[in-house]
Ligand binder design. Structure first.
Ligand code: GLP
Length: 274
């Protein structure tokens, strides 16, 4: 009997916590939604797009943590005085973007993974900030040296050209997410110490932010050193990305090889028929 009573108590307690959490989230969402409706700068006449923005804002401001459940469609439509069709449409768009995930029969959740749209030329720092995460770099190397034959080929440089080399681990909220080795011609970046957390910020200041890039993605498993730096088991899945970025005049501005942790990074590309 005691076991039955305590099981009942625990499940009752869980229900209370869940109820409290859902009503707290409903209130946070409703407040953000109302704020957007009354914000003259928003100019968004469509309710489902306003709701989409409200959900995105509270996720990006980390008012809701990844993995948490969203209140049900019915509760949301009741709290926000919107039709269920509107709520469903708002949620569907965010599921498609990868910000929310749906598990059959279990409901809608804030996605755990970092989703990176592939067609925009953005930096690591921008991608993370967009997701409400704090980016940071830890450098192993920031030096100037002569280009290697492989780099010279990839960057279309002549032998002997000087390049700046950066080798670093990229963190989000103090969690290691990627290892990157970047090579930039010294004619563009004469002093690699100018790069603090973001390479693209430094290039922007020098008037040399990349305008176009070619990127190659490969799957692989992380070796001992990479796994140690990324705090995962040796042999874990990794995404190997090679990016060559160009300036408007066609000069290569960076050649970066990255290893992203396969367990938390998603690359999403929008495809068109023509
Ligand atoms: C991504 C790209 C790299 C690029 C980097 C710049 O990680 N894969 O090719 O060098 O962004 O990011 P940041 O400006 O944060 O250093």
């Amino acid at each position: 009997t005691l076991a039955v009573v305590s099981a009942w108590r625990i499940s009752g307690l869980r229900q209370v916590v869940r109820y409290w959490y859902c009503s707290w989230m409903e209130t946070a969402l409703a407040n953000e939604y109302r704020r957007i409706c009354h914000d003259p700068a928003t100019h968004q006449p469509l309710a489902y797009l306003r709701l989409r923005r409200a959900i995105r804002n509270i996720v990006e401001h980390r008012d809701i943590e990844p993995g948490q459940a969203l209140p049900s469609e019915r509760d949301l439509s009741h709290a926000l005085k919107l039709s269920r069709v509107t709520v469903r449409k708002a949620i569907a768009g965010l599921v498609e973007e990868g910000l929310l995930t749906q598990r059959h029969g279990a409901g809608t959740f804030i996605a755990e993974r970092i989703v990176k749209p592939m067609s925009r030329l953005t930096s690591f720092t921008e991608d993370l900030r967009e997701r409400g995460l704090r980016p940071r770099s830890e450098f192993f190397e920031r030096v100037v040296g002569e280009v290697t034959p492989e780099e010279a080929m990839a960057m279309n440089l002549s032998p002997g050209t000087l390049v700046a080399r950066l080798h670093r681990v990229r963190y989000g909220q103090d969690e290691p997410l990627a290892i990157e080795r970047s090579v930039v011609p010294a004619s563009v970046l004469p002093d690699p110490m100018l790069v603090h957390d973001s390479l693209y910020e430094a290039l922007e200041k020098l008037g040399c932010r990349p305008r176009r890039a070619l990127q190659r993605l490969r799957a692989g498993s992380l070796n001992v050193q990479q796994a140690r730096l990324l705090h995962v088991a040796v042999g874990s899945a990794g995404l190997n990305i090679e990016r060559r970025s160009f300036l408007d005049d066609g000069r290569v501005v960076e050649f970066t090889t990255s290893w992203y942790r396969g367990d938390i990074y998603d690359f999403v590309a929008e495809l068109h028929t023509d």
